[in-house]
Design a protein around this ligand. Sequence first.
Ligand code: ADP
Ligand code: ASP
Ligand code: MG
Length: 419
Amino acid sequence: MALIVQKFGGTSVGSLERIQHVADKVIKAREKGHQVVVVVSAMHGETDRLIKLANALTSEPNPREYDMLLATGEQVSMALLAMALNAKNCPARSYTGLQIGIHTDDFHTKARILNVDTTILLKELAEGYVIVVAGFQGVNTRGDITTLGRGGSDTTGVALAAALKAEECQIYTDVEGVYTTDPRVIKEAMLLSHISFEEMLELSSLGAKVLQMRSVEIAAHHNMPIRVLSTFTEGEGTLVTFEDKIMQKRLVSGIAFSHEEAIISIFGVPNRAGIEGEILGMVSDANIEIDMIAQNATGNSATDFTFTVQRKDFKNTMSIIEKISKKLGAASIKSNAQVAKLSLVGLGMRSHAGVASKMFKALGEADINILMITTSEIKISVVIDEKMLERGARAVHEAFELDKKLLENESAEIEAGNL
Ligand code: ADP
Ligand code: ASP
Ligand code: MG
């Protein structure tokens, strides 16, 4: 009997009616002959509510207690779902991450799963139970509850599927699958039938929250196909899998964006060996993640630096940079905390020139100024004024015809390098 893992997100378990609906879906899968492990998120809005409570009490909540608090959200939905299943005569038992044995490292609020104990899962599956596991949480070596970062229930789902060697990990959410871009922002977005792990990894890391990045990493590592589906409508959804299993290939697959960014430039820094490490080292020593970096030597003796950080870190970063810049005698600093990052992702970029220029042209025609650019093998990211984000995303989406269905012969042509 094939084992599947089904993960249901916050909206999918957002009310008692919806929990009943999820129970019916799980029962349907059992009737088709599957063994089912279910992973649930907290009910919609609950994690945000808990975060607000913590922040109202203190600006720096103790990380251990913060995780203790946040993990309760999933405990509510898992118990309610197990009750709903039992009430429908389906034997089910719920477990927290700690109980089931989801072992993580010690990084409270963004812990990584190290291994999953399958003892209870295998025993109870064999006894005919549906196992409902609380997503987003685990336990560290000290026995303390940890959480996996926002969106972490996706990662619980995939980690369980990998540990149990499930046939597939199904991620049920509030849209029909993975689209060419966020369908709630750009209504012309198209549903993708397939996407490669590599592209999905980029989209997730660049802001598409439909799958948490770690879940895609684990899936690729264990060769575990993920299917993203809607809880509310029937359909095939999107299969996230290896590139060679995908028949219909597009030059670019999608656009991702993230709002809350800030950009900082320091001009006229003495150009000597090790200067980059000195400046950026102090920022990362303060536990601030630097995203994009560009350096531009403007003469023999001076260089300019530009980098981006998340907006929440802007103030702290600026105070560090102001200090360093005084110490180094830099000429000036310029910053903008109202910027956003827009990224285009596609495997086709590997073999096709001209993708970047087409993107820049589309932005130019939309009258959008680019503040910074970074590229890698399969992605191009630009920093732009946050107010221009939606317009920019739409312009790039149109320029690459992502709102149109792929023509029959088009993917073969792309592969052959003719398009
Ligand atoms: P869940 O609560 O089920 O985990 P999330 O809110 O975490 O759901 O993720 C689903 C949301 O991701 C969608 O409602 C959509 O707005 C957003 N999203 C962003 N980019 C994409 C994309 N490329 N395809 C589909 N959804 C996307
Ligand atoms: N409840 C957590 C969150 O809101 C985890 C998840 O939904 O995946 O981020
Ligand atoms: Mg999510």
